[in-house]
Design a protein around this ligand. Structure first.
Ligand SMILES: [Zn+2]
Length: 219
């Protein structure tokens, strides 16, 4: 595609541009679309898209696609992704498993940040083993209002600890995403948070969505 009809392009709305980006990604069966890919198959010029969204990555993000060569991913996000894969396969992920559809990032950002996958896992485990020390402002606010020492939502670290203790399986029915990908795990307060239960390792358990809903209390 080399021509674009400028007078019309001025009026194309965002949604139409994004739809076309998505449809090219679909056509090429790629979720990491490069500018060149788009210029080959797209209805518009990539320059039109960039003019509208400032950068190609912003356009990709808005289209719900993965960002190619995304830089500056925070360690927290990289760890979150490890946790997510771990949760789904029920054990420490292998490097190749970064290629699973559930993984948000490829190997490259991990190599950039940690030099190797082994180092990345080491850092993740070290991080997960640290004690809970930071309390977010939001949690402080909740605490001062309710006189509780913990906020309702467990941190990423605490979530990992609870799931790891429970073998990434529902403590009631034993189902796990590793055995059945449709299973969704939740962190549940044993004594409901609304009734004064704390967000601590001891008061949290892993439940699947079904058992969590079946529990039927007012958590
Ligand atoms: Zn269950």
């Amino acid at each position: 595609m080399s021509f674009e009809f400028n007078p019309i392009n001025k009026n194309i709305d965002e949604a139409e541009l994004l739809n076309d980006v998505r449809s090219v990604a679909k056509q090429l069966n790629k979720d990491k679309l490069t500018l060149r890919d788009y210029d080959d198959k797209g209805k518009f010029n990539s320059s039109t898209i960039i003019r509208r969204f400032k950068t190609w990555n912003i356009a990709l993000e808005k289209a719900g696609l993965q960002i190619s060569n995304q830089l500056n991913i925070s360690k927290e996000d990289l760890f979150k992704n490890i946790l997510n894969i771990w949760e789904h396969i029920g054990r420490q992920p292998r490097r190749a498993e970064l290629g699973l559809p559930i993984s948000k990032y490829s190997q490259s950002p991990y190599n950039r940040e940690f030099k190797s996958w082994n180092n990345a896992l080491h850092s993740f485990v070290d991080w997960a083993n640290q004690e809970e020390i930071e309390i977010s402002d939001n949690q402080k606010l909740i605490s001062s209002k309710t006189k509780k020492s913990t906020g309702r939502d467990p941190s990423l670290r605490l979530r990992f600890k609870v799931m790891k203790r429970d073998n990434f399986s529902c403590v009631q029915c034993g189902s796990s995403p590793a055995k059945d990908i449709s299973v969704e795990l939740h962190i549940d307060h044993i004594q409901p948070w609304s009734l004064g239960g704390q967000t601590t390792l001891e008061n949290l358990q892993t439940l699947c969505l079904k058992c969590n809903l079946g529990k039927g209390n007012l958590v």
